[in-house]
Structure formats: structure tokens, C-alpha cells
Design a protein around this ligand. Structure first.
Ligand code: UTP
Length: 446
């Protein structure tokens, strides 16, 4: 992009202030700024400005909703779904999609969150546990589950380096596909793009919902189609307990012909910060924790159980066809008022004490209302969910390591091995994906 083209584009969109320090920049900084301007999506920025204008208006009363029905198959139905899921894995029709482009600001770790050491004995990273499960699936079913890993501009290189340094954790390189999500500028309250340096536009990842456009743009969707993938297991980087592409989930999703299937688990307590799946105006939707009133969260059924008993940990199955169709749509935007470093008119950068601008993100669960068939499956969180979100307290490395070890101790007990509580435990998922496999294969102490 030339300077003249940049000026024309910015003027047409009321953003000419982006070039106000142009004459003070050296040639490299000028070239970098032009390159940044070339990446701006002004149609999306227009939608951000519209959202900002509407943000001050009183919200329309949201329609009432009911909690979505939850499936918990048992007996013959359960066995049939597991068998179908296993068959799809044997046919190589299942892929895994990891969103790992987040900034992990609550954890405060210097590096991609997936590189965070979580192995209780070995300090192996979160990525290791995910990748070794995929290796375990390949060994069990004879076909790879291709691994699509979304990064962001900020953590793409260190993420790839982590895979390289660990020899892809034993996976075939050709079965791992990295792709990078989009980056968006932030806007000030007047809808102007924020510069954090005289020659630099502040940019941040466009949210986990950015995965749809990024899958399409990167060729990942085409790659899935070429490999004959029909079903895609979606998960987040921070949960080392996740049961990737477990046959029940895959089989139930396929049997129902669902566009999307969500795993849901019992909330720890009424106010736990999880979204809930609901039916509103005849369509499924996710209601975020922040949108729920105390009354809604605390409401109970006649038997004393919570009315909104189940929350979503963002573990989903998608049909590839649904992902493809959704990638062509504009997702709704969400805005967050944040403290954003900004240059003043003298070109000095200031870190504000209070929120001064708006970041915009897309959320994957906004596709829910578009799903023609949607299913929710209850799962046991003690077996499958303990995320690393915070540095300390709930949902921290300490609780994830505790819950991982409690689960492995249960598996060992089922295999007839009882260990003292003080002895740390760690199991390689490539050796055993579940208690039954551990019992079959026995222990190999390594
Ligand atoms: P979180 O919302 O927990 O955010 O992301 P985070 O960025 O990891 O951590 P905080 O909020 O800054 O502390 C849930 C999942 O979505 C991914 C994250 O990597 C994580 O797996 N994510 C989030 C993206 O891939 N891109 C984004 O833009 C945001």
C-alpha cells in the first residue's frame, strides 16, 4: 500500500489521524505502519462504531428463556453412540480444533498459555497433554485425528517453537496445522482508531469466534475437506483434563445429525462464571454469566436443584459443513471497555489508570442460534474439566494439578493400584486415554 492509497482510505473512513506522526517516522516505521493500515477491515470497523453508538442506548428487554434440555444417554443408547464414535475415529473422519490465540492475562504467564508447565511430575506443558491425547487416539483407532491449532500474531512463533522443541510431542507434522486468527484495532469513545505508538496501531486478537474466518482464510477448512473430515472437536487450551474427541460425544453428535453439540457440566455453585445454554424464542442460545441476574442464577426447582444447573466449558462438536457455512457469515461483535496504552499529541505513550477505549471480539457461541440441530451432553467435570485461568485460587495451576492427579488416582485404583496420597502421579495420555485403557495396558513406569 502506498502513502497516497493509505491517506485516501483513512480519509474515506474518518481515520486520517492515524497518519498524524508520519513525518516524524523513519522509513522502517513508515513501511510498518502502511502494512498495518493494509490489514484494517473498515467494514468491520464500521460495525464496531455502530455497536459503540448503540452501547449508550437502553437495552431492549431480553425475551424470557428456559434452560436447554440436557442429554445423558445410558445403557444401549450410550453403547450405540460410543460404537458410532469409535467407527468414525477408525474412518479418520474426526479432527481436533484448538483455540489458543488468547492472551492469558489472568494467568500472567510470559508465553503462550499452551506452553505453561502443568505436568505434576514432569512440568510438561498444556500442549503436551493435548497432543499426547491425539497420539493416543491414533494408536487406538489407527487413523490420525488432524490437529488444527489457532494462534494469534502475538503467540504464533512461540507456539510453533514449543511444538518444534518437543518434536511435535510424537505427532506427525503433517497432521498439525497452525493458523493465525485476525487482529483488530481498538477504538476510543468517538470511534477513532487508537495508536499506542506514533507509528503503530494498537491491535488485539479478534476473539475465539475469530476462528471461523481464520479457518476459512488459512485453508484449514479446505484441508479438512480434502482429508474427508466430517466432524470437528473444538476445545480451549487451558483445560488439561479435556477428553478430546471421546467416542460418546462424537457418536451422539453424528447420530443426531447435529450442526453443533455442546458438553455441559453441573455448575460448582449458583454463581460460577459459566455461560448457560437456553431456549429463547424457540431457538437455542448461550446466555453469558454476566447477563444473568442473581435471581436467575439462584432460582431452584421444586426438588431444590438449580434451575440453571449446567454450564458450558466451551467443549463442542461441530459438523464441518456447519463451520464452513458459518465462516461465510458476519458474527456479532462484543465490546469491552479496557485500559489501552495510547499516544498523546506529543507522541508520548501513556498507560491509563482507567478504561479509555474499547476492544472488540467475536465469540464462538454466537453460532448457536444458527444451528438447525443442536444437542447438549452432560459430562462429569471431575473427569474432564479443570481449567487454568487464574494464577491462584479457583481454576488455577494448583487446582488443575490437584484434579488431574485425583482423576489419575481413580484410574489407578480401578487398575488395582493404590498409591500413597503424598506420591505425585502423572499418566501419559498416549499410553492410556482412560481408566479402561490403563487397566488393559497396565503400568509402565517411566
Ligand atoms: P479466555 O476467554 O479464557 O481468555 O479464552 P484467555 O485469553 O486465554 O485468558 P485471559 O482472559 O486473558 O485471562 C478461552 C479460550 O479461547 C482462546 C484462548 O486461547 C483460550 O483457549 N482465545 C481467546 C483465542 O484463541 N483467541 C482470542 O482472541 C481469545
Amino acid at each position: 500500500m502506498t502513502l497516497t492509497e493509505a491517506k485516501t482510505l483513512l480519509q474515506a473512513n474518518g481515520q486520517e489521524h492515524v497518519l498524524r506522526f508520519w513525518d516524524t517516522l523513519g522509513p522502517a516505521a513508515q513501511a510498518a505502519l502502511l502494512a498495518q493500515i493494509a490489514t484494517l477491515d473498515f467494514a468491520a470497523i464500521g460495525r464496531m462504531q455502530a455497536l459503540l453508538r448503540d452501547a449508550g442506548k437502553p437495552a431492549s428487554q431480553a425475551a424470557p428463556f428456559e434452560p436447554a434440555p440436557v442429554e445423558a444417554p445410558e445403557g444401549d443408547a450410550l453403547a450405540a453412540h460410543v460404537a458410532q464414535g469409535q467407527e468414525l475415529l477408525r474412518q479418520g473422519k474426526v479432527a481436533a480444533l484448538l483455540v489458543a490465540g488468547g492472551q492469558g492475562s489472568r494467568l500472567g504467564y510470559d508465553g503462550p498459555k499452551g506452553a505453561y508447565p502443568i505436568g505434576p511430575i514432569t512440568d510438561r506443558p498444556l500442549f503436551w497433554f493435548h497432543a499426547r491425547k491425539l497420539l493416543g487416539l491414533k494408536r487406538t483407532y489407527g487413523k490420525p485425528v488432524p490437529f488444527y491449532v489457532m494462534t494469534s500474531e502475538a503467540n504464533d512463533a512461540p507456539t510453533r517453537a514449543c511444538f518444534e522443541a518437543n518434536d511435535y510431542f510424537g505427532l506427525d507434522r503433517q497432521d498439525v496445522f497452525f493458523f493465525t486468527q485476525g487482529m483488530w484495532p481498538a477504538l476510543d469513545p468517538q470511534g477513532k482508531i487508537i495508536l499506542d505508538q506514533p507509528g503503530h496501531i494498537f491491535m488485539s486478537p479478534d476473539g475465539h469466534g475469530g476462528v471461523l474466518a481464520a479457518l476459512d482464510r488459512s485453508g484449514a477448512l479446505a484441508d479438512m475437506a480434502a482429508r474427508g473430515i466430517e466432524h470437528v472437536f473444538f476445545f480451549q487450551v487451558d483445560n488439561p483434563m479435556v477428553d478430546i474427541a471421546d467416542p460418546l460425544f462424537v457418536g451422539l453428535h453424528a447420530a443426531k445429525g447435529a450442526d453443533m453439540t455442546l458438553k455441559v457440566c453441573k455448575k460448582r455453585e449458583a454463581h460460577e462464571g459459566m455461560g448457560v445454554v437456553v431456549v429463547r424464542d424457540g431457538a437455542y442460545a448461550m446466555v453469558e454469566y454476566s447477563e444473568l441476574s442473581d435471581e436467575q442464577m439462584e432460582r431452584t426447582n421444586p426438588d431444590g436443584s438449580l434451575w440453571l444447573a449446567y454450564g458450558s466449558p466451551a467443549i463442542h462438536m461441530f459438523s464441518r459443513a456447519f463451520l464452513q457455512a458459518e465462516a461465510a457469515r458476519h458474527m456479532p461483535l462484543h465490546l469491552a471497555h479496557k485500559k489501552i496504552a495510547m499516544v498523546d499529541d506529543a507522541g508520548q505513550t501513556h498507560k491509563p489508570a482507567a478504561p479509555n477505549g474499547y476492544k472488540f471480539e467475536k465469540f464462538i457461541f454466537d453460532v448457536i442460534p444458527n444451528a438447525k440441530t443442536l444437542v447438549t451432553l452432560a459430562f462429569d467435570r471431575a473427569e474432564e474439566f479443570s481449567p487454568v485461568k487464574n494464577a491462584e485460587g479457583n481454576d488455577s495451576p494448583a487446582t488443575a494439578k490437584r484434579d488431574l492427579q485425583a482423576k489419575w488416582r481413580r484410574w489407578l485404583a480401578q487398575a488395582g493400584v493404590t498409591l500413597p496420597d503424598t506420591l505425585p502421579v502423572e499418566i501419559d495420555p498416549a499410553h492410556a486415554l482412560n481408566a479402561a485403557q490403563l487397566k488393559d495396558k497396565g503400568l509402565q513406569i517411566g
